[in-house]
Write a protein that binds this ligand. Structure first.
Ligand SMILES: [Zn+2]
Length: 319
Protein backbone atom coordinates (compact mmCIF):
# COMPACT_ATOMS: atom_id res chain seq x y z
CA UNK A 1 0.00 0.00 0.00
CA UNK A 2 1.60 3.26 -1.16
CA UNK A 3 1.14 6.18 1.24
CA UNK A 4 -0.10 9.30 -0.55
CA UNK A 5 -1.56 12.73 0.16
CA UNK A 6 -3.92 14.92 -1.82
CA UNK A 7 -2.87 18.44 -2.79
CA UNK A 8 -5.60 20.96 -3.65
CA UNK A 9 -4.98 24.36 -5.21
CA UNK A 10 -8.06 26.58 -4.95
CA UNK A 11 -7.97 29.30 -7.60
CA UNK A 12 -10.65 31.88 -8.38
CA UNK A 13 -11.65 30.10 -11.60
CA UNK A 14 -10.46 26.50 -11.25
CA UNK A 15 -9.56 24.17 -8.41
CA UNK A 16 -6.75 21.79 -9.31
CA UNK A 17 -5.93 18.71 -7.26
CA UNK A 18 -3.78 15.63 -7.41
CA UNK A 19 -2.67 12.49 -5.58
CA UNK A 20 0.99 12.79 -4.67
CA UNK A 21 3.52 10.67 -2.76
CA UNK A 22 6.38 11.76 -0.50
CA UNK A 23 8.79 11.85 -3.45
CA UNK A 24 6.59 14.22 -5.44
CA UNK A 25 5.27 11.66 -7.90
CA UNK A 26 1.80 12.71 -9.08
CA UNK A 27 -0.35 9.58 -9.50
CA UNK A 28 -3.42 11.31 -10.90
CA UNK A 29 -4.73 14.83 -11.16
CA UNK A 30 -7.82 16.68 -12.24
CA UNK A 31 -9.63 19.99 -11.84
CA UNK A 32 -13.14 21.31 -11.24
CA UNK A 33 -14.65 24.76 -11.63
CA UNK A 34 -14.46 26.98 -8.55
CA UNK A 35 -16.55 29.91 -9.70
CA UNK A 36 -19.45 27.80 -10.98
CA UNK A 37 -20.27 27.04 -7.33
CA UNK A 38 -22.03 29.76 -5.36
CA UNK A 39 -22.59 27.26 -2.55
CA UNK A 40 -19.55 25.95 -0.67
CA UNK A 41 -21.23 22.65 0.32
CA UNK A 42 -22.02 21.77 -3.29
CA UNK A 43 -18.46 22.66 -4.29
CA UNK A 44 -16.96 20.48 -1.55
CA UNK A 45 -19.25 17.56 -2.46
CA UNK A 46 -17.98 17.66 -6.03
CA UNK A 47 -14.37 18.11 -4.91
CA UNK A 48 -14.54 15.20 -2.43
CA UNK A 49 -16.18 12.97 -5.04
CA UNK A 50 -13.48 13.81 -7.60
CA UNK A 51 -10.67 13.11 -5.11
CA UNK A 52 -12.19 9.72 -4.22
CA UNK A 53 -12.38 8.92 -7.92
CA UNK A 54 -8.69 9.83 -8.39
CA UNK A 55 -7.74 7.58 -5.46
CA UNK A 56 -9.52 4.68 -7.14
CA UNK A 57 -7.88 5.47 -10.47
CA UNK A 58 -4.36 5.90 -9.07
CA UNK A 59 -3.27 2.56 -10.48
CA UNK A 60 -1.39 1.12 -7.52
CA UNK A 61 -3.05 0.53 -4.19
CA UNK A 62 -2.81 3.83 -2.35
CA UNK A 63 -3.64 4.95 1.16
CA UNK A 64 -4.64 8.60 1.72
CA UNK A 65 -2.71 10.06 4.65
CA UNK A 66 -3.79 13.68 4.57
CA UNK A 67 -4.98 16.60 2.47
CA UNK A 68 -3.15 19.89 1.93
CA UNK A 69 -4.93 22.94 0.56
CA UNK A 70 -3.50 26.14 -0.92
CA UNK A 71 -6.15 28.85 -1.10
CA UNK A 72 -6.28 32.63 -1.17
CA UNK A 73 -6.76 34.46 2.16
CA UNK A 74 -6.55 31.24 4.12
CA UNK A 75 -5.54 31.08 7.74
CA UNK A 76 -3.26 28.19 8.66
CA UNK A 77 -4.24 28.33 12.35
CA UNK A 78 -8.01 28.44 12.01
CA UNK A 79 -8.28 26.41 8.79
CA UNK A 80 -10.59 29.03 7.30
CA UNK A 81 -10.65 31.10 4.14
CA UNK A 82 -11.31 34.65 5.29
CA UNK A 83 -12.87 37.38 3.13
CA UNK A 84 -11.29 36.22 -0.15
CA UNK A 85 -12.11 38.92 -2.72
CA UNK A 86 -11.81 36.56 -5.72
CA UNK A 87 -14.01 33.71 -4.44
CA UNK A 88 -17.82 33.46 -4.43
CA UNK A 89 -17.98 32.44 -0.78
CA UNK A 90 -18.09 35.56 1.35
CA UNK A 91 -17.05 36.04 4.95
CA UNK A 92 -15.20 33.38 6.92
CA UNK A 93 -15.42 29.85 5.46
CA UNK A 94 -14.24 27.04 7.79
CA UNK A 95 -12.79 25.20 4.78
CA UNK A 96 -10.63 22.62 6.60
CA UNK A 97 -13.50 21.64 8.93
CA UNK A 98 -16.01 21.36 6.10
CA UNK A 99 -13.64 19.26 4.00
CA UNK A 100 -12.72 17.28 7.15
CA UNK A 101 -16.34 16.17 7.53
CA UNK A 102 -15.91 14.38 4.18
CA UNK A 103 -12.55 12.66 4.88
CA UNK A 104 -11.15 11.13 8.06
CA UNK A 105 -7.54 12.29 7.54
CA UNK A 106 -5.62 15.39 8.72
CA UNK A 107 -6.23 18.50 6.64
CA UNK A 108 -4.10 21.65 6.53
CA UNK A 109 -4.65 24.88 4.63
CA UNK A 110 -2.49 27.89 3.88
CA UNK A 111 -2.24 30.61 1.27
CA UNK A 112 -0.84 29.84 -2.18
CA UNK A 113 2.53 31.53 -1.60
CA UNK A 114 3.17 29.57 1.61
CA UNK A 115 2.12 26.38 -0.19
CA UNK A 116 4.55 27.25 -3.00
CA UNK A 117 7.33 27.64 -0.42
CA UNK A 118 6.55 24.21 1.06
CA UNK A 119 6.44 22.68 -2.41
CA UNK A 120 9.87 24.14 -3.13
CA UNK A 121 11.20 22.89 0.22
CA UNK A 122 9.89 19.34 -0.06
CA UNK A 123 9.97 18.66 -3.80
CA UNK A 124 11.80 21.54 -5.49
CA UNK A 125 15.03 23.53 -5.46
CA UNK A 126 14.93 24.51 -1.76
CA UNK A 127 15.32 20.89 -0.60
CA UNK A 128 18.55 21.59 1.24
CA UNK A 129 17.68 25.10 2.41
CA UNK A 130 16.46 26.19 5.84
CA UNK A 131 16.09 29.91 5.13
CA UNK A 132 14.55 31.11 1.90
CA UNK A 133 11.70 33.17 0.51
CA UNK A 134 9.28 32.41 -2.30
CA UNK A 135 7.67 35.31 -4.12
CA UNK A 136 4.75 34.70 -6.47
CA UNK A 137 4.27 37.33 -9.15
CA UNK A 138 0.79 36.76 -10.53
CA UNK A 139 -2.25 39.03 -10.46
CA UNK A 140 -0.87 40.16 -7.11
CA UNK A 141 2.36 39.54 -5.23
CA UNK A 142 2.43 36.77 -2.61
CA UNK A 143 5.28 35.70 -0.40
CA UNK A 144 6.12 32.64 1.65
CA UNK A 145 8.90 33.11 4.18
CA UNK A 146 10.82 30.12 5.57
CA UNK A 147 13.03 30.63 8.62
CA UNK A 148 14.94 27.74 10.21
CA UNK A 149 12.97 25.27 8.07
CA UNK A 150 9.54 26.57 9.14
CA UNK A 151 7.06 28.75 7.26
CA UNK A 152 6.50 31.96 9.19
CA UNK A 153 2.75 32.25 9.94
CA UNK A 154 3.00 34.96 12.57
CA UNK A 155 0.67 35.64 15.46
CA UNK A 156 -2.60 35.28 13.56
CA UNK A 157 -1.69 33.11 10.57
CA UNK A 158 -1.26 35.82 7.92
CA UNK A 159 2.46 36.67 8.09
CA UNK A 160 4.33 37.28 4.84
CA UNK A 161 2.10 39.83 3.12
CA UNK A 162 5.01 41.45 1.29
CA UNK A 163 2.66 42.45 -1.53
CA UNK A 164 0.97 44.92 0.80
CA UNK A 165 4.07 46.63 2.11
CA UNK A 166 3.76 50.28 1.07
CA UNK A 167 6.60 51.28 -1.26
CA UNK A 168 5.25 54.65 -2.43
CA UNK A 169 3.49 57.07 -0.14
CA UNK A 170 0.22 58.09 -1.80
CA UNK A 171 1.07 55.76 -4.72
CA UNK A 172 -1.15 53.56 -6.89
CA UNK A 173 -4.52 52.41 -5.56
CA UNK A 174 -4.44 48.82 -4.31
CA UNK A 175 -7.21 46.20 -4.16
CA UNK A 176 -6.77 46.21 -0.37
CA UNK A 177 -8.15 49.75 -0.20
CA UNK A 178 -4.82 51.46 0.52
CA UNK A 179 -2.30 53.16 -1.75
CA UNK A 180 1.26 52.41 -2.88
CA UNK A 181 1.43 48.68 -2.03
CA UNK A 182 4.31 46.74 -3.62
CA UNK A 183 1.94 44.54 -5.66
CA UNK A 184 0.48 47.55 -7.46
CA UNK A 185 3.93 47.90 -9.09
CA UNK A 186 5.47 44.43 -8.97
CA UNK A 187 3.03 41.82 -10.32
CA UNK A 188 1.65 40.87 -13.72
CA UNK A 189 -0.96 43.61 -13.22
CA UNK A 190 1.56 46.12 -11.86
CA UNK A 191 3.81 45.95 -14.92
CA UNK A 192 0.80 46.61 -17.16
CA UNK A 193 0.07 49.78 -15.21
CA UNK A 194 3.74 50.76 -15.58
CA UNK A 195 3.63 50.19 -19.36
CA UNK A 196 0.61 52.48 -19.62
CA UNK A 197 2.31 55.19 -17.59
CA UNK A 198 5.42 54.94 -19.79
CA UNK A 199 3.37 55.04 -22.99
CA UNK A 200 1.64 58.20 -21.77
CA UNK A 201 4.87 59.90 -20.71
CA UNK A 202 7.18 58.93 -23.58
CA UNK A 203 7.08 59.26 -27.34
CA UNK A 204 9.07 56.21 -28.53
CA UNK A 205 7.47 53.81 -30.95
CA UNK A 206 6.32 50.66 -29.20
CA UNK A 207 4.35 47.63 -30.33
CA UNK A 208 2.56 47.86 -26.97
CA UNK A 209 0.79 51.06 -28.12
CA UNK A 210 -1.49 48.93 -30.29
CA UNK A 211 -2.63 46.62 -27.50
CA UNK A 212 -5.74 47.64 -25.50
CA UNK A 213 -5.31 47.58 -21.72
CA UNK A 214 -7.55 44.55 -21.17
CA UNK A 215 -5.55 42.56 -23.76
CA UNK A 216 -2.13 43.55 -22.44
CA UNK A 217 -0.43 40.77 -20.43
CA UNK A 218 2.94 40.21 -18.77
CA UNK A 219 3.55 37.76 -21.62
CA UNK A 220 2.94 40.42 -24.34
CA UNK A 221 5.30 42.76 -22.52
CA UNK A 222 7.93 40.03 -22.21
CA UNK A 223 7.63 39.15 -25.92
CA UNK A 224 8.02 42.82 -26.85
CA UNK A 225 11.09 43.05 -24.61
CA UNK A 226 12.56 40.00 -26.42
CA UNK A 227 12.30 42.03 -29.63
CA UNK A 228 14.05 45.01 -28.03
CA UNK A 229 10.94 47.16 -27.56
CA UNK A 230 12.20 50.11 -25.49
CA UNK A 231 9.00 50.72 -23.55
CA UNK A 232 8.82 47.04 -22.60
CA UNK A 233 12.48 47.00 -21.58
CA UNK A 234 12.01 50.18 -19.55
CA UNK A 235 8.90 48.69 -17.87
CA UNK A 236 10.94 45.66 -16.75
CA UNK A 237 13.69 47.94 -15.49
CA UNK A 238 11.22 50.02 -13.45
CA UNK A 239 9.57 46.87 -12.08
CA UNK A 240 12.90 45.17 -11.32
CA UNK A 241 14.14 48.28 -9.56
CA UNK A 242 11.16 48.42 -7.19
CA UNK A 243 11.32 44.65 -6.64
CA UNK A 244 15.10 44.66 -6.08
CA UNK A 245 14.86 47.40 -3.51
CA UNK A 246 12.12 45.54 -1.63
CA UNK A 247 14.17 42.34 -1.77
CA UNK A 248 17.08 44.20 -0.16
CA UNK A 249 14.74 45.14 2.72
CA UNK A 250 13.52 41.56 3.02
CA UNK A 251 17.11 40.26 3.09
CA UNK A 252 17.91 42.67 5.93
CA UNK A 253 15.03 41.17 7.93
CA UNK A 254 15.42 37.44 7.22
CA UNK A 255 18.88 36.82 5.75
CA UNK A 256 17.66 34.16 3.30
CA UNK A 257 19.98 31.85 1.33
CA UNK A 258 17.83 32.32 -1.76
CA UNK A 259 14.78 34.11 -3.04
CA UNK A 260 12.62 32.23 -5.57
CA UNK A 261 10.57 34.19 -8.09
CA UNK A 262 7.49 32.30 -9.38
CA UNK A 263 4.35 33.04 -11.33
CA UNK A 264 3.35 34.73 -14.57
CA UNK A 265 5.75 37.66 -14.39
CA UNK A 266 8.69 35.42 -13.40
CA UNK A 267 8.27 33.64 -16.75
CA UNK A 268 9.82 36.74 -18.34
CA UNK A 269 13.14 35.23 -17.17
CA UNK A 270 16.18 37.50 -17.42
CA UNK A 271 13.99 40.53 -18.15
CA UNK A 272 12.88 40.47 -14.51
CA UNK A 273 15.58 38.36 -12.79
CA UNK A 274 18.49 40.52 -13.96
CA UNK A 275 17.21 43.95 -12.81
CA UNK A 276 15.80 42.42 -9.59
CA UNK A 277 19.22 40.98 -8.75
CA UNK A 278 21.15 44.11 -9.79
CA UNK A 279 18.93 46.53 -7.84
CA UNK A 280 18.82 44.19 -4.84
CA UNK A 281 22.64 44.11 -4.73
CA UNK A 282 22.80 47.88 -5.17
CA UNK A 283 20.53 48.43 -2.16
CA UNK A 284 21.78 45.65 0.12
CA UNK A 285 23.28 46.37 3.50
CA UNK A 286 26.95 45.52 2.94
CA UNK A 287 27.15 42.35 5.09
CA UNK A 288 24.65 40.66 2.75
CA UNK A 289 26.24 41.55 -0.60
CA UNK A 290 26.86 38.75 -3.15
CA UNK A 291 25.39 36.12 -0.82
CA UNK A 292 21.73 35.86 -1.79
CA UNK A 293 20.68 33.89 -4.89
CA UNK A 294 17.61 34.81 -6.91
CA UNK A 295 16.28 31.61 -8.50
CA UNK A 296 13.38 30.27 -10.57
CA UNK A 297 11.15 27.51 -9.19
CA UNK A 298 12.49 23.96 -9.29
CA UNK A 299 8.98 22.59 -9.83
CA UNK A 300 7.42 22.01 -13.24
CA UNK A 301 4.81 24.63 -13.83
CA UNK A 302 1.89 22.31 -14.65
CA UNK A 303 1.40 20.96 -11.15
CA UNK A 304 3.58 23.20 -8.98
CA UNK A 305 0.61 24.57 -7.01
CA UNK A 306 -0.76 21.06 -6.37
CA UNK A 307 2.68 19.91 -5.21
CA UNK A 308 2.88 22.92 -2.91
CA UNK A 309 -0.42 22.03 -1.26
CA UNK A 310 0.71 18.38 -1.00
CA UNK A 311 3.99 19.62 0.54
CA UNK A 312 2.03 21.41 3.27
CA UNK A 313 0.38 18.24 4.52
CA UNK A 314 3.51 16.11 4.01
CA UNK A 315 5.33 18.49 6.31
CA UNK A 316 2.55 18.26 8.93
CA UNK A 317 2.60 14.47 8.87
CA UNK A 318 6.40 14.27 9.04
CA UNK A 319 6.55 16.79 11.90
ZN1 LIG B 1 -2.48 46.60 -0.78
Amino acid sequence: MKKVVAGIDVGGTFTKFGIVDREGKVYADDSISTDAHMDIEGYLDQLAGSIRKLLEESGEKVELQGIGVGAPNSNYYSGSIEYAPNLNWKGVIPFANLLGSRFSVPIAITNDANAAALGEMIYGSARNMKNFIVITLGTGLGSGIVVNGEVVYGHDGFAGELGHVIVHEDGRHCGCGRKGCLETYVSATGIKRTVYELLARRTEESELRKIPFDKLTAKNISKAADRGDRIALKAFDVTGRILGKSLADVVALFSPEAIFLLGGLAKAGDHIFKPAKAYMEKNLFNVFRDKVKILPSGLTKANAAVLGAAGLICKEILD
